[in-house]
Design a protein around this ligand. Structure first.
Ligand code: GLN
Length: 492
């Protein structure tokens, strides 16, 4: 079969269960595609064919004996921020170029236990800091829709593998938009869960109070399958919640779009820098939801102007603390011939961290230093609470809130945005992480350059089922999520 990569996850699981094809055939199909196509997309940092085929054989045995789970034998790719025992985990950094974790992240362990087959580890911005995946030590990943453009970031590799059909599912992480923005740039569905829904254990830390893992795939239904696998309480992550996990697949039809109240923040659609075509596509998708029975309600989110400055204090502050562990002593890169301990610290960190990571460590250390802590960090924390309250107030009157996921479509590779220009591109995603809320990106069309546009829906706490369900119903009535880039149409 040459078109196994066109199947939805539901079709894949049905094909495996009814022995139309084996997991080995399916896995080999993806490995062949990776070998043929990925030198152009550059989405994988590490491909693990031997382990993948061994996992596929084990899955086939379970399938034959009738003891397989729902996703047994389905391949996936992990963002290279999730620790994988015995397989390199780089976080896109020279600092971890030689790092092999002694344990699996909980997300990885859960995927393995569910019988999913790991194809490899995919590229990302260094330590997940960025919006283009260009800051990776391993070079830029390309957007499958146009190889001269970025796939977004930081989970750019995760988006690119799915958009090029080099994996049917991928894990991503989202600290300030890194699942939703690349999903938007690559025409995919991506869910950032409520903070605490997915374990952060073994996920290399960027900003611990904001980081959250989640699924990236073509459709809401595909995402729901992966969410069922990775969500849940974990004693190894004290910030994960001990709360029953929904059956996201069974709940796909649980929310009716009819009667749904969708909040339209006035401030969001007047943002300077919002591309006219992005705005038009998002408005068309909202019109479609309206035709399906939803009501659009104008709302106020008065704190909008504070999102970027607040995030860009808190995230670097936490990053500077988290990244202090890379000291050249315990693990990670160590410089050659240090003259003394200070020289060891300085050179190991200067030689192995890229420019953006160093910039954030400097900003964060400054914001946390004795004289500035109250003026910057504490103040940002207070504003963070106001941002959260702004959302909670809005949710008294609406069920979900709509926004673009990003003000533009995918940038050109090498566009060389200044740091502040790049940070402003995060305007629509950051507040969700500051407030700990769940949000989803759904593909809703293209600009005139044939680059995808995404709609973001932000839900109240623990509303993942509702968000997946709304997007699922939208996708039953539209076909944007089925569109494929030319490179994905190629056969291996
Ligand atoms: N672009 C944002 C940043 O650079 C978000 C990154 C992320 O979510 N990991 O911080």
């Amino acid at each position: 079969m040459t078109d196994l990569h066109r199947l939805s996850i539901r079709e894949m699981t049905e094909g495996l269960k009814s022995a139309q094809f084996s997991s080995r055939e399916l896995t080999q199909h993806y490995l062949d595609r990776i070998a043929k196509i990925d030198d152009r997309v550059k989405s994988y940092v590490t491909v693990t064919p031997e382990q993948a085929l061994a996992q596929a054989d084990a899955a086939d045995n379970l399938l034959k004996s009738g003891t397989a789970g729902v996703l047994t034998g389905v391949p996936l790719a992990h963002k290279d921020i999730f620790c994988t025992q015995g397989i390199k985990t780089t976080a896109g950094s020279k600092m971890l170029d030689n790092f092999i974790s002694p344990y699996d992240a909980t997300v990885v362990a859960k995927a393995k236990a569910a019988g999913l087959v790991t194809l490899g580890k995919v590229n990302m911005d260094e330590f997940a800091m960025g919006s283009t995946s260009e800051s990776s030590f391993y070079g830029a990943t390309k957007n499958p829709w146009n190889l001269e453009h970025v796939p977004g970031g930081s989970s750019g590799g995760s988006a690119a593998v799915v958009a090029a059909d080099l994996a049917p599912l991928a894990t991503g992480t989202d600290t300030g938009g890194s699942i939703r923005q690349p999903a938007s740039f690559c025409g995919l569905t991506g869910l950032k869960p409520t903070y605490g829904r997915v374990s952060r254990f073994g996920m290399i830390a960027f900003a611990s109070s904001l980081d959250q893992g989640g699924p990236m795939a073509r459709s809401a239904e595909d995402c729901a399958f992966l969410m069922n696998t990775i969500a849940g309480h974990d004693l190894k992550d004290s910030t994960s919640i001990n709360k029953e996990v929904d059956d996201y697949v069974a709940n796909l039809n649980a929310t009716a779009v009819k009667g749904l109240r969708i909040g339209i923040p006035k401030q969001y659609f007047n943002v300077q820098g919002l591309d006219a075509e992005v705005k038009a596509r998002v408005e068309e998708s909202l019109k479609k939801l309206q035709d399906m029975g939803a009501t659009l309600v104008e709302i106020d989110l008065n704190m909008t102007e504070a999102y970027v400055p607040t995030y860009y204090l808190i995230a670097p502050a936490e990053a500077s603390s988290n990244l202090s562990r890379y000291d050249g002593v315990r693990y990670g890169y160590r410089c050659e011939n240090p003259t003394d301990i200070l020289d060891l610290y300085k050179r190991s960190r200067s030689e192995a961290f890229g420019a953006e990571v160093q910039r954030r460590i400097l900003i964060g250390t400054y914001a946390l230093s004795a004289g500035y802590y109250d003026a910057y960090y504490v103040k940002a924390q207070k504003v963070r609470r106001l941002i959260q309250q702004d959302f909670l107030k809005a949710f008294e009157n609406v069920d979900v809130i709509a926004a673009p996921s990003a003000p533009t479509t995918a940038y050109k590779i090498g566009a060389n945005l200044s740091p502040t220009e790049m940070y402003l591109g995060d305007i629509y995603t950051l507040a969700v992480n500051l407030a700990g809320l769940p949000a989803i990106n759904a593909p809703v069309g293209f600009d005139t350059n044939n680059l995808p546009v995404g709609l973001q829906l932000i839900g109240n706490y623990w509303s993942e089922s509702q968000l997946l369900s709304i997007v699922h119903q939208y996708q039953q009535n539209t076909d944007w999520h089925t569109k494929r880039a030319a490179i994905a149409e190629e056969n291996a």
